[in-house]
Design a protein around this ligand. Structure first.
Ligand SMILES: [Zn+2]
Length: 393
């Protein structure tokens, strides 16, 4: 892992971000400051402040007035405001570095810093979407979301609310992908519940011809790579995603587990492939080149999950999947209708990675998407694209 700062370094330089993601730098420092606090309430205060900065629609540099003053930002108190002022002034924050030294927790905080690599702030996502120098998919190319959660597992919205919100975003299709029964912690659906949900989705289909809701499922990848879904059960769904939710904090190689999942004939999308969480865990360690090679051969799409805390794959690792000839799925992983906007985070990573819309299943017309879902071999494999070395996370 690169990008780990030396203990004397200031913020500038330790984040290997696209140049100038000031909100990611400030948000990261506020997270550091949170973990340097002596009490839980103080920690939560700075965590909230960090989240507020990451979620801003505009970069802080555009929010200051001519006198250098910031407007009021909900969740930002005087302590956080000082950090912002220091970063705008110098690129780093001596306040944060001092607090880390005083806390005695520098090793843990630097471990967390290293786990924030290649995450984009919301403002940076918006900048990338509007940067015409970048290739890759635009918002207008995006036809529908293939990972979102409803009240049938751990999401909030009904399938009707999700469908309406997707249609309102201009999508022509979308897949509701609740957790399967193996993932009890996320309220996984029983097969009986899945049959009831299918009826609810069929009702929407009957009423709205301009928008096609699909019934998907997010199957759990077991420690041996097997799914918590039999082949017969998998056939009941329009699309099967497979995703890891356990063994995400190990140092051992899990290439075999991931290859087994991708080789499962039911699987169309490998969702949040690593299972990383920003500042918390790196997720699955694997030889991704090998996993991508198998996925490309079997025409399994590799997901870029747009949940701001996941961003998995990120643009760096996605370049490796692009070079291997993979297909991609760009999804929000929304658990509320407002979170459907997370698809934009995934699109931004795809633009940074230079993935052509042609390789992205969400950007295909519905009939092509449905053909691929019923028979992945209907999609010919692209020639491998030339690319430099693959970066392992
Ligand atoms: Zn998941």
């Amino acid at each position: 892992m690169t990008g780990v700062p030396s203990s004397t370094h200031r913020a500038r330089g330790w984040l290997d971000q696209p140049a100038g993601d000031i909100n990611a730098v400030v948000g990261g420092l506020l997270r550091d400051l949170a973990f340097a606090q002596p009490t839980q309430p103080q920690m939560f205060g700075y965590k909230r402040a960090a989240a507020a900065i990451f979620a801003l629609e505009q970069p802080l540099t555009e929010m200051i007035d001519e006198a250098g003053a910031l407007p009021k930002i909900v969740g930002i108190g005087p302590g956080s405001a000082r950090v912002i002022a220091e970063v705008l002034d110098s690129g780093g924050s001596s306040t944060v570095e001092r607090a880390i030294d005083l806390s005695g927790r520098r090793p843990d905080i630097e471990r967390r810093r290293a786990l924030r690599q290649y995450f984009l702030s919301r403002a940076e996502v918006r900048r990338i979407l509007n940067d015409s120098r970048l290739g890759g998919p635009s918002l207008a190319d995006y036809g529908g979301d293939l990972q979102m959660h409803s009240e049938w597992s751990d999401g909030h919205p009904t399938v009707i609310e999700l469908s309406r919100a997707c249609h309102a975003r201009g999508y022509t299709f979308a897949a509701v992908t609740d957790h399967s029964y193996g993932l009890k912690i996320a309220g996984g659906m029983s097969m009986q519940e899945a049959a009831d949900q299918r009826r609810a989705i069929d009702e929407i289909n009957k009423k709205n011809r301009a928008f096609r809701p699909l019934q998907g499922i997010e199957a759990n990848i077991g420690t041996d790579g097997q799914l918590d879904l039999s082949p017969a059960e998998a056939r009941m769904f329009d699309v099967v995603l497979a995703a890891p939710h356990a063994r995400l904090r190990r140092n051992d190689d899990q290439t075999a587990r991931m290859v087994t999942a991708v080789e499962n004939p039911s699987v169309r999308i490998l969702a949040h492939p690593r299972g990383r969480i920003t500042g918390s865990r790196a997720g699955v360690l694997a030889n991704w080149e090998t996993v991508f090679e198998v996925a490309a051969t079997r025409r399994v799409a590799i997901e870029i999950d747009g949940d701001p805390a996941r961003q998995d794959l990120d643009y760096m690792l996605a370049r490796g999947a692009l070079a291997a000839g993979c297909l991609f799925a760009l999804d929000s992983d929304a658990h509320t209708t407002a979170q459907l906007a997370y698809a934009e985070t995934a699109i931004a990573h795809a633009r940074l990675a230079g993935i052509p819309a042609e390789r992205i299943v969400n950007c295909w017309p519905l009939d092509r998407l449905l053909s691929w879902l019923s028979d992945p071999a209907s999609e010919r494999r692209d020639a491998r694209t030339e690319y430099g070395s693959l970066h392992h996370a």
